[in-house]
Design a binder for this molecule. Structure first.
Ligand SMILES: NC(=O)c1ccc[n+]([C@@H]2O[C@H](COP(=O)([O-])OP(=O)(O)OC[C@H]3O[C@@H](n4cnc5c(N)ncnc54)[C@H](O)[C@@H]3O)[C@@H](O)[C@H]2O)c1
Ligand SMILES: O=C(O)CC[C@H](O)C(=O)O
Length: 347
């Protein structure tokens, strides 16, 4: 259960301004009620929503706004702003949630998305540079999320680099839930799973530092059947979970993505739940664990109220883990190279 003290409003005297792109899409349809109801920013924080989508989605977006009105959410300021002009959506925003992009369809490779979505993140980086608050906090969700966040940050120099993050929390939650199911534990009893690297099939879902009241830190790999079981079952299951949902729904994950975005934002803005709790966020590397400085990489982090976080940089990484971290690092380096090529063409 959330403690109300933890969720003391960030701005008691005004509405928190939240811009959401791709607001006519499916993740937004699950996320907007979480924002409007106080689930993410607490039951006392007023919210102003500024929604962006492409002109072709105007009618759907208007319908979403009608539903937000009809929800009679006590915390939501009216009118909800909706627009197809990025500068209008981002103006004055405290929090910027970037969903707007093309999701992968069955038969598409994730790398097909790099070129398709790169220009969106260039344009939105430039728009943020023009109109955003210098202390805005940004989360990129549109895939390929790490590299889109990197592209955005190349065009948005006004906002500090560490305020630009991307979503690894869905993978983190998937792993946490899987561990709970395997051990027949409550999800809330599972702590400190970690996702490393890319939000892709090379990510490394790591249980080395995870624990529950029954399984002490250091024993989780054995409790889940040992390293060969992890390598053959647990790790691939999490790495391929997005693809599994896509194959089943013929649409990518949306409800669970919205829940994860809420978790990411709540922990980022209010602090992680306890002093020792670790969550996974895609943030610019500070060089920890030998990851290239500036590369957008999922790391274990601890957050402190007001949008501050620190990468937990002192975990011992054994050979088993290092191999996975190197694989996802290599993929991210090559995505960044491709993005650099595209960016230099875009300039
Ligand atoms: N990082 C993660 O964990 C994670 C999880 C799930 C989905 N995703 C990604 O999130 C993105 C959104 O997924 P979705 O299911 O909501 O997709 P969707 O297709 O339902 O919605 C995307 C919306 O973005 C809009 N859009 C496209 N270009 C835009 C632009 N330039 N500006 C504003 N809006 C624009 C589209 O019109 C559409 O309404 C996809 O890229 C998907 O792959 C990431
Ligand atoms: O396109 C994909 O494979 C994944 C979509 C989404 O990022 C997810 O993790 O569910």
């Amino acid at each position: 259960m959330e403690s109300l003290a933890r969720l003391t409003p960030l701005y008691p005297d005004r509405a928190l301004i939240v811009a959401v792109t791709g607001a006519a899409g499916q993740i937004a349809y699950s996320l907007l009620p979480l924002l409007a109801s106080g689930t993410v920013f607490g039951p006392q924080q007023r919210i102003k929503l500024q929604l962006l989508d492409v002109p072709a989605a105007e009618s759907v977006l208007k319908g979403v706004c009608c539903e937000l009105e009809d929800g009679a959410y006590p915390l939501l300021d009216h009118p909800v702003l909706y627009t197809s002009v990025a500068d209008e959506a981002f103006a004055g925003a405290d929090i910027v949630v970037l969903l707007g992009s093309f999701p992968r369809k069955p038969g598409m490779e994730r790398k097909d998305l790099l070129a398709k979505n790169g220009t969106i993140f260039r344009d939105q980086g430039q728009a943020l540079n023009r109109v955003a608050k210098a202390d805005a906090h940004v989360i990129v969700v549109g895939n390929p999320a790490n590299t889109n966040a990197w592209t955005l940050s190349q065009f948005c120099t006004k906002i500090p680099k560490e305020h630009i993050t991307a979503l690894a929390r869905l993978d983190h939650n998937r792993l946490k839930s899987l561990v709970a199911r395997k051990l027949d534990s409550a999800v809330s009893d599972v702590h400190n799973v970690i996702i490393w690297g890319n939000h892709s099939a090379t990510q490394y879902p790591d249980v080395t530092y995870a624990y529950t009241p029954q399984i002490v830190q250091g024993k989780m790999r054995a409790a889940l059947g040992g390293d060969s079981q992890l390598a053959s079952e647990v790790i691939p299951l999490i790495q391929k979970r997005g693809a599994e949902v896509l194959a089943l729904r013929k649409l990518s994950s949306a409800m669970s993505a919205a829940k994860a975005i809420g978790d990411h934002l709540r922990d980022w803005m209010f602090g992680t739940q306890t002093e020792n709790e670790i969550v996974s966020m895609i943030v610019p590397s500070d060089g920890s664990y030998g990851i290239d400085k500036g590369l957008m990489f999922a790391f274990p982090v601890q957050c402190h109220r007001g949008g501050k976080y620190r990468i937990v940089s002192d975990l011992r990484i054994d050979d088993f883990s290092r191999k996975y971290i190197e694989t996802t690092l290599a993929e991210l380096r090559s995505e960044r190279e491709e993005a650099m090529r595209l960016v230099s063409k875009m300039c």
